[in-house]
Write a protein that binds this ligand. Structure first.
Ligand code: PLP
Length: 391
C-alpha cells in the first residue's frame, strides 16, 4: 500500500544523492572538501540592508500579517527599478506582485496557467524547478535543447506542431542557470513574436539580471514592445544582493497573469514578512556599489577558474553573466564520471550537467559562490592534482 500521490511518485530520485554519499564518506575520512556545486552566494548581505531589516522589525505594525500582494514600498521599488534600469513603466498596483523568493512564484505559475495534460516548454538544461513543478502540477513538459551551436538559445522552429498546440507556458532564463548564457534584446523580440503567434505565455526568469560583467547589461523581456500582452518576468534579490535567506522576489508584467497568480497565492500563502519586504525595497532603492563590488569578485573568481580548467584542456568562453561556468567534460567521460573523478582526485565538488536536463549530459557546472581563498585553492588542486585518464 502506498500513502503517496502519483504526483510525488513522479519526482525522480535526487541526482546528487551519489555525490553527497561520496562527499559524506570523504569528509569522514578527513578530506578537505570544496563544494562548487551550490549556487548560494558566500558574500554577505550588505550591512545597510541587514540594518534596515532589524530597524523595520522593531515596528509592531510590521509584525502583523503582511499584505498578500506585497507592501506598497516594495512594489513601488520594483516599479522604479524597471523604470530606471530598462525604461519599462509598471503599475505597482496591478503589474507587480511580491513573492516569497522567485522559486515560489515559478512553481505556482504552472498551476495558474497550465491544466493537467497541457505542456510547459522548458529550456534544457535549466533550473530544475521548472521541470519538477510541471510534474507536480500533473502537466507535461517539452524540453527545448540549448546547445553550444545555438549559443544556448532555444530553436523555436524545432518544437513539434502537436506540442505547440497543447503548450500553455514557456520558460526562458537569461543570464542562464546552468549555462551562464546571455541574450540581447532581438532574441526576446523573436521569443515574444513566437509566443504571440502561438498564443503561449512566456515566463522569463531573470534571477541573475544584475550579476553581469564589464559593459554587458542583461535586457528585460518587458523592453520588447507589447511584451506585457503575453509575458511576465520573475526577479529575485537573492543573487544580486546575496539575500538568498531573505526569500524575497517578484513577478512583473501581464496584469491578468499576475492577478490569477495572486488568487492562487492568496489561498496558499500569506505573503512575505513586511520587514523583509521593506529591507528589499531599501536594497533596490539604495546604494548599488555593493552590486558592482560583488560582480567584480565573481569576475575575478571566474577568470581564475577558467584558467584552472584550461590547464586540464577544458576551454570555455568567459561568461557575461551569472556566477556559473558551464563547461564540456573532457573526451571519454560522462558528466557523472568526470565530476566523480574530480571529487576523488581533488576533493572539489562540481555538478554533473545532466542534473539540469538530458541536454546537460557532456557538461559540468562550476559555481563560484564560495570564498575566494577556497576557490583559488580549488583552482590550484585542479592544476596540480587532476590527472585525466584518456580512455
Ligand atoms: C535560474 C534560477 N531561478 C530562480 C531561482 C530562485 O531564486 P530565489 O527563490 O532565491 O528567488 C534560482 C536559484 O537558484 C535560479 O538559479
Amino acid at each position: 500500500m502506498s500513502f503517496f500521490s502519483e504526483r510525488i511518485g513522479q519526482i525522480p530520485p535526487y541526482l546528487f544523492a551519489e555525490i553527497n554519499n561520496k562527499k559524506a564518506k570523504m569528509i569522514k575520512a578527513g578530506v578537505d572538501i570544496i563544494d562548487l556545486g551550490i549556487g548560494d552566494p558566500d558574500l554577505p548581505t550588505p550591512k545597510h540592508i541587514v540594518e534596515k531589516l532589524s530597524e523595520e522589525a522593531q515596528d509592531p505594525k510590521n509584525l502583523k500579517y503582511p499584505s498578500f500582494v506585497g507592501c506598497p514600498e516594495f512594489k513601488q521599488a520594483v516599479a522604479d527599478f524597471y523604470s530606471r534600469e530598462y525604461g519599462v513603466k509598471l503599475d505597482p498596483e496591478t503589474e507587480v506582485l511580491a513573492l516569497i523568493g522567485s522559486k515560489e512564484g515559478i512553481a505556482h505559475i504552472i498551476p495558474t496557467l497550465v491544466d493537467p495534460g497541457d505542456y510547459v516548454l522548458i529550456p534544457d538544461p535549466s533550473y530544475p524547478v521548472y521541470r519538477m513543478a510541471a510534474l507536480l502540477a500533473n502537466a507535461l513538459y517539452h524540453n527545448m535543447p540549448l546547445t553550444k551551436e545555438n549559443n544556448f538559445h532555444p530553436d523555436f522552429a524545432t518544437i513539434p506542431k502537436e506540442i505547440l498546440g497543447r503548450s500553455k507556458l514557456m520558460f526562458l532564463n537569461y543570464p542562464g542557470n546552468p549555462t551562464a548564457a546571455t541574450v540581447e534584446l532581438p532574441f526576446f523580440e523573436e521569443a515574444i513574436a513566437f509566443a504571440k503567434k502561438h498564443k503561449i505565455p512566456i515566463a522569463h526568469d531573470s534571477a541573475y539580471n544584475k550579476v553581469t560583467f564589464d559593459s554587458y547589461k542583461a535586457p528585460s523581456i518587458l523592453q520588447v514592445e507589447g511584451a506585457k500582452d503575453i509575458a511576465v518576468e520573475f526577479g529575485s534579490l537573492s543573487k544580486t544582493y546575496s539575500m538568498t535567506g531573505f526569500r524575497i522576489g517578484y513577478v512583473v508584467g501581464n496584469r491578468k497573469i499576475i492577478k490569477a497568480l495572486s488568487v492562487l497565492k492568496s489561498n496558499t500563502d500569506t505573503g512575505q514578512f513586511t520587514p523583509i519586504q521593506k529591507a528589499a525595497a531599501y536594497a533596490l532603492n539604495g546604494d548599488q556599489s555593493c552590486v558592482t563590488q560583488y560582480n567584480q569578485i565573481y569576475k575575478e573568481r571566474m577568470a581564475a577558474m577558467l584558467d584552472g580548467l584550461k590547464s586540464i584542456g577544458v576551454e570555455v568562453d568567459p561568461p557575461k553573466g551569472s556566477f556559473f561556468i558551464w563547461a564540456p567534460v573532457p573526451e571519454g567521460y560522462t558528466s557523472a564520471e568526470f565530476v566523480t573523478n574530480v571529487l576523488e582526485q581533488t576533493g572539489v565538488i562540481m555538478t554533473p550537467g545532466n542534473a539540469f536536463g538530458p541536454s546537460g549530459e557532456g557538461y559540468f557546472r562550476v559555481s563560484l559562490s564560495v570564498p575566494s581563498e577556497r576557490l583559488y585553492e580549488a583552482v590550484n588542486r585542479i592544476k596540480e592534482k587532476l590527472k585525466l585518464v584518456i580512455r
